[in-house]
Design a protein around this ligand. Structure first.
Ligand SMILES: NC(=O)C1=CN([C@@H]2O[C@H](COP(=O)(O)OP(=O)(O)OC[C@H]3O[C@@H](n4cnc5c(N)ncnc54)[C@H](OP(=O)(O)O)[C@@H]3O)[C@@H](O)[C@H]2O)C=CC1
Ligand SMILES: CC(C)(CO)C(=O)C(=O)O
Length: 319
């Protein structure tokens, strides 16, 4: 398959490198002025892979094809959008003009961009997904990728109407081939929207604690305030017609603290989960502020009190 990764960051390169290892023809679309360096040197990916049950590290020079513009006569089968949430709006016009016959998969955190996307593209042109199987950060020129070993981790895929289409099933096969644990959800929007709240709130909590998951998990008051912020955000989801409880994973945050906190400590203190968060947050403070602002703004029309979300947002304001 010919796959274009739109956004050569942590997620794009981690997934792209896996596809390439299975023999797919992978290209990266990068910002203007960045292509030559990548063409010359490639991208150094240091990957800690926990899928076997223990940490296995590999060092790879990922040398895909690189482009700076999408041309409308492209022959890509798939375009995977892996820019950060704050950058999505900039890429939609070029997709609308130049996606050609490629099937687009929006592979990032989304909150209320669905109408906007449908204003640029026809329904059959795209699907949604989420890289809940991998993550990490950057260390200078090295990309520190983590592939999760957790039984809860998977690569989410789905269409807004819940239907399985051939395009999704073929992409499922590509992910399955490289053991990135694909899962086609019949309610992908219902998965993505509460996840956005969860990730914005917990990330702000971790940043507030000094930027490490370990510090965060050691601070009971901060965990409680973060869970209260998640619950406020879930309240906004409900007003928007999304029920977080329909995803089992979200039910944890409704449980009494004496159950919720120890379970959170268990899940997030896993080495792979913790290093994924710690890596992600080093380069994503701007994105987290953007995400929290969006969530907070959408509470306004419903007149909902959200002191914990606004408190978390304020706590990271000066960074
Ligand atoms: N890292 C992680 O652990 C995880 C991240 N996610 C989610 O995945 C998404 C991507 O995250 P991540 O990979 O970490 O982010 P990164 O910042 O590492 O990657 C995004 C990439 O997109 C590039 N980009 C942005 N706009 C454009 C554009 N107009 N043209 C070309 N390139 C562009 C950026 O370039 P530049 O650097 O020049 O801005 C950057 O290289 C986010 O929604 C994040 O929340 C999900 C799970 C885990
Ligand atoms: C939890 C983590 C770091 C990896 O999945 C993440 O960024 C996300 O899910 O949005």
């Amino acid at each position: 398959m010919k796959i274009l990764i739109y956004g050569a960051g942590v997620i794009g390169c981690t997934y792209g490198c896996q596809f390439s290892s299975a023999g797919h023809d992978v290209s990266l679309l990068v910002r203007k002025g960045k292509a030559e360096k990548i063409k010359d040197k490639g991208i150094h990916i240091s990957c800690a892979d926990y899928r076997s049950g223990k940490r296995q590290t590999t060092e790879t020079m990922f040398c895909p094809k690189v482009i700076e513009n999408l041309s409308s006569d492209n022959d890509f089968d798939y375009i995977l959008i892996t820019v950060s949430s704050a950058d999505l709006m900039d890429v939609l016009p070029s997709l609308s003009k130049s996606a050609g016959k490629a099937h687009i998969i929006f592979f990032l955190n989304l909150w209320d961009e669905f109408d906007e996307i449908s204003g640029y593209l026809l329904p059959h042109q795209y699907s949604y997904g989420f890289p809940f199987m991998a993550g990490g950060g950057r260390n200078g020129n090295i990309l520190d990728a983590i592939i999760s070993g957790s039984k809860y981790s998977k690569t989410m895929l789905g269409n807004a109407d819940g239907k399985k289409t051939p395009e999704l099933e073929i992409f499922f096969g590509i992910l399955d081939e490289v053991n990135l644990k694909p899962f086609i959800s019949g309610q992908i929007i219902n998965w993505l929207v509460p996840h956005y709240v969860f990730i914005a709130a917990i990330s702000a909590g971790i940043i507030n604690s000094g930027g490490t998951t370990k510090n965060f998990l050691g601070n009971k008051k901060l965990i409680k305030d973060t869970v209260k912020a998640i619950r406020e955000g879930f309240g906004i989801c409900i007003r928007k017609g999304i029920n977080p409880k329909r995803e089992k994973v979200n039910q944890l945050y409704y449980l009494p603290f004496f159950i919720c906190i120890p379970v959170m400590r268990k899940i997030f203190s896993n080495e792979d989960m913790a290093s994924m968060f710690d890596g992600y947050l080093k380069h994503s403070v701007k994105d987290i502020k953007f995400m929290l602002d969006k969530v907070i703004l959408s509470a306004k029309p419903y007149d909902i009190e959200i002191p914990y979300l606004t408190g978390l947002r304020k706590s990271i304001d000066s960074l």
